[in-house]
Every structure is written in C-alpha cells, then in structure tokens.
Design a protein around this ligand. Structure first.
Ligand SMILES: Cc1cc2nc3c(=O)[nH]c(=O)nc-3n(C[C@H](O)[C@H](O)[C@H](O)COP(=O)(O)OP(=O)(O)OC[C@H]3O[C@@H](n4cnc5c(N)ncnc54)[C@H](O)[C@@H]3O)c2cc1C
Ligand SMILES: NC(=O)c1ccc[n+]([C@@H]2O[C@H](COP(=O)([O-])OP(=O)(O)OC[C@H]3O[C@@H](n4cnc5c(N)ncnc54)[C@H](OP(=O)(O)O)[C@@H]3O)[C@@H](O)[C@H]2O)c1
Length: 437
C-alpha cells in the first residue's frame, strides 16, 4: 500500500467524472461512487434521447476517464445518511476528502394544493422516465390529451419536444410566470418544436401582456422576434400537437376528479415589478382555470435534503469564507473535509460544459485542501471488501464495458441506432452480476 491522497467522489455525472479525472491527474487515488449503474448522470439520462452525436461524444470522454488507473468505480451504490454508505463510513474507510457531485436529486415542490394528483409531475422524473433510468423508467405516467408545462427554460422545451413528437398529445401549453422577454430557453432547442407553435395564439398572447411588460420598460416586439428566431431552422413537424404560451401566469392549485386524477390547473395572473435591474412576478388576484390532464413542473431542481449535508436554498450550503477559493467561488461545504461541485453546488445551473468546469474547479479546491494533510496508505482493498459486504450487486468499471458491449450488440441485432436497458435487473443480468430467471 503506497501513501497517496485518498479521495471519494460521490456521483458520476459530468461534474464528478471530470472532477475525479482532475484529482487522479494531480496524483490522488480516487474512488467514484454512483447511485446509477451507468456513469454519466444527466448527460446519459437527461439530455434528449435522440441527441445521439452529443451523447456518444460525451460517453467517449467518460470512458477515457473510467479507464484511468488511479480511479475505481462503484456503480449501484448510494451514499448519504439513508444510503448504502454514509459520509462517516467513508471517513472510516480512510478517505481524506469527499467531493459531493451528486447533482440536484430533490424535488422543488411549491406546496400547492393538488400536487399529489395523478397527472402532476416534475420534469426530472419525466426526463428520467423517457431516458430509461430505473426506477423512473418503470413508473407509469399519465400524459393526457391536454398538458401544461410550467417554466420557460430548456427543460420545458425538452418536455414539449417529448409530448409533441413522441407522446403526440393534442395540446401543450407552456405556463410562464414572467413575460415573453424573460424566457430562458435557447433558439437551438426551440427549433425542434417551433413548427408546432400556434403563432396566431402567440401574437394575441403577446398583445395581451404588452402593456404589462412595457410598464417595466420591456419591448414586446423584440421579445416576439426572439421567440420566433428559431423559425428559419424549424424541424418539420410530425404531429398536429398545438403548442402555445400563457405568459404572466403562475399555478396556484391543481384540481382533480373523484378518482384523484387531474382535470384542471388554476392560474393566477401576474404583473411585473422592477427589482434591482431585473423583474419579479406579482399575483394580481385574478384567477382562471385551464382544463388539463397533465401538469409538469419544469422549474429547476433542488438537492436531496436527506443526503446529510446542510442545504441552503436549492443547493448544498457552502462555506462563505472558503480557505481554498477557485475563481472566487467556494467549493467547500460547512463540513471540513466535504467539498461540493456541479449541480450539487449550483442546482440546475448550465450545460454539461459548466458542470465539467465546476467539477474540475471543485477538484482543485480538494487538492489544495489535501496539501495541508499527509498522504495516507490508500486502502482500496478495504473499500472493495466493504462494498462486497453490501447486500446488493456492485458494478465495477469492467462491468460497464461488458454492459456497453451487450447493448451495442443488441442494437445491431434489433436494427436500432441505440439500445438501452431500462431495468436494473436486466442490466445486472447482462453484466453477469445477477442470475437470469
Ligand atoms: C432534461 C435535461 C436536459 C439537458 N440537456 C442538455 C443538453 O442537451 N446539453 C447540455 O450541455 N446540457 C444539458 N443538460 C444539463 C446537463 O445535463 C447538466 O449540466 C449536467 O449533467 C450536471 O452535471 P452534474 O454532474 O452536476 O449532475 P448530474 O448529471 O445530475 O449527475 C449526478 C450523478 O450523481 C449520482 N448520484 C446522485 N445521488 C447520489 C448519491 N446519493 N450517491 C451516489 N451517487 C449519486 C447520479 O447517479 C448521477 O450519476 C440537461 C439537463 C436536463 C435536466
Ligand atoms: N438542450 C439543452 O441544451 C438543455 C436542455 C435542458 C436543460 N438545459 C440546461 O439545464 C439547466 C436547467 O434548465 P431548466 O429549464 O430546469 O432551468 P431554467 O433555465 O432556470 O428555467 C427554469 C424556469 O422555471 C421558472 N420557474 C422557476 N421557479 C418557478 C416557480 N416557482 N414558479 C413558476 N416558474 C418558475 C423560471 O422562471 P423565472 O425566469 O421567472 O425564474 C424559468 O422560466 C439550464 O442551464 C438549461 O440551459 C439545457
């Protein structure tokens, strides 16, 4: 056993993988624990399924990281106060620092009446479902003929994409709490769905809200032009799903029938108030209802409160006076040996590239912290023995290679661009980690 800095990285999404690579390249011995069997996080299970080139490009980079000799991978292992291993267990195994890159796995409930009705969902669960992540892939979702999606970000557009092109619903309405000048989505993502956008309805909606947005100095024509910027490169539509916007409206309650199924969402109209160079939505008290069978909240996520670290707002708390700031940011949790990166540090912020940089920076902060300690005998055997003792199959990097090979062969056999198991047992059987029944 040689003396090396010994670090546990929790979560193998882009932040954890690139953070682990940085630590291994700097000379640390790294063990990467991942809840899911496969690495990749939202790059595997969030990015829209048909973005094959992007996903395969990322998988290739992840494979290279997984091949690093100074890195061990344990998939199907959850860390946290209610997980397979706690943070104290990791300390007991000799890890000198813990980098938490577990994403933002909690749900941002708004506490509205009717959130528990059948047909009311949060975007993360839906994207995990259509991307085939167990156990979400095995849950049943009711996507009715008329659906509302709350939010105006790229996730809202991904859901509209799925509902219009894959589920083929009759109508999908994006409910946006502020105005058309404050949508957060990108032109590129709008290209996939703009052919289904009811432009006449958009024009009358913008006309309706124009006086309110003009009152805070916003330009309604410019906002309209920005939304329609995607038109020249619109992907041809494949269904007659009608896509429309309701601006300046917030859900206040969901209403269901006697069987607990969603039938309506009640919205409150908003005005905009100028606030420190930005705007805030304020309810007017005027309420109206939309007949919908499905409501999906695409309003961002929050971290998992049960993980065992202090939470502030939607993310794990950071030490406001970091000892090892990187680019002026704190990657330190209030707990001495625990660091945070990626969406665990900044929930729902940015693209894969941002998560990659954040994980790398977090790793740099960990490395600086380690320089205040002595390297220790990194007891990887003790870690392996502890994991073997868990009452569940543990997935190693060579198992992932096997799984990938089986999935590629299966895709070929079935004549598919891609084949993906959506059941943990099937994945474990394909890797030979569970007996086929
Ligand atoms: C619907 C959607 C679509 C997106 N599309 C794009 C896109 O097209 N292009 C783009 O650039 N970006 C896209 N993004 C953004 C991108 O996916 C994120 O920026 C990035 O994945 C965040 O990385 P992360 O590592 O912080 O978290 P995540 O990707 O969420 O990874 C977290 C990892 O931690 C693991 N984990 C969770 N809890 C635990 C635990 N307790 N113990 C052990 N492991 C745990 C999970 O299994 C997962 O592997 C999209 C995001 C969403 C939500
Ligand atoms: N294809 C892609 O490239 C892709 C796909 C998906 C996601 N992503 C990235 O992943 C990140 C997360 O995306 P996201 O769409 O979840 O987040 P986002 O871009 O922050 O958008 C969240 C939306 O939800 C609204 N919202 C937040 N809280 C609300 C509330 N309480 N009530 C009503 N509306 C509320 C926000 O409105 P306000 O503006 O008023 O706050 C905003 O419109 C983004 O960086 C995104 O670009 C990228």
């Amino acid at each position: 056993m040689t003396n090396q800095y010994f670090v546990a990285v929790i979560g193998a999404g882009p932040a954890g993988l690139f953070g682990a690579r940085e630590l291994a390249n700097l000379g640390a011995r790294v063990v990467l624990f991942n809840r899911d069997i496969k690495p990749g996080g939202l790059a595997e299970y969030g990015i829209f399924p048909n973005k094959y080139t992007m996903k395969n490009g990322l998988r290739k980079q992840f494979r290279q990281i997984m091949d690093l000799s100074k890195l061990d991978y344990y998939g199907n292992v959850t860390v946290g106060s209610q997980g397979d291993l706690t943070l104290d267990d990791l300390r007991g195994l000799g890890f000198q620092a813990i980098l938490v890159t577990a994403g933002a796995q909690g749900t941002k409930w708004l506490g509205l009446p009717g959130e528990d009705l059948e047909g009311v969902y949060h975007a993360k669960d839906v994207v995990y479902y259509y991307n085939g992540l167990p156990p979400y892939s095995q849950k049943s979702f009711h996507f009715g003929k008329r659906c509302a999606v709350i939010g105006a970000g790229n996730v809202m557009l991904d859901i509209v994409h799925y509902l219009s092109r894959d589920v083929k619903v009759d109508e999908v309405i994006a409910v946006v709490r502020r105005g058309p000048a404050e949508v957060k989505f990108d032109k590129k993502e709008m290209e996939y769905v703009i052919a289904n956008l009811d432009q006449t309805a958009l024009d009358s909606e913008i006309q309706r809200v124009a006086p309110i947005i003009q009152a805070v100095g916003q330009d309604a024509d410019a906002a309209r032009a920005l939304i329609l910027e995607a038109l020249p490169k619109a992907t041809p539509k494949t269904t007659d799903t009608r896509f429309s916007f309701e601006f300046l409206a917030s859900p206040v309650q969901m209403i269901g029938d006697a069987e607990g199924k969603l039938t309506q969402v009640e919205l409150e109209d908003n005005i905009l108030l100028a606030s420190n160079g930005d705007t805030k939505a304020k309810g007017t008290g005027n309420k109206r209802r939309l007949d919908v069978e499905t409501v999906i909240f695409a309003i961002g996520d929050k971290v998992d409160k049960s993980f065992g670290l202090p939470v502030e707002w939607n993310e794990f708390a950071k030490n406001p006076n970091p000892h090892f700031p990187i680019d002026g940011n704190s990657y330190e949790s209030p707990v001495d040996d625990v660091f945070v990166g990626g969406w665990s540090r900044n929930a729902s912020l940015g693209l894969v590239g941002i998560a990659r940089k954040d994980g790398t920076n977090a790793a740099k902060a960990v490395w600086q912290y380690l320089q205040t300690k002595q390297p220790s005998p990194a007891n990887v055997e003790a870690v392996a023995a502890r994991l073997k003792g868990l009452d569940k199959p543990i997935v190693l990097k060579e198992d992932i290679k096997k799984l990938e090979a089986v999935e590629i062969a299966e895709a070929k056999k079935q004549g598919l661009v891609e084949f993906k198991y959506t059941d943990n047992d099937e994945m474990l059987q394909a890797m030979g980690l569970k007996e086929t029944v």
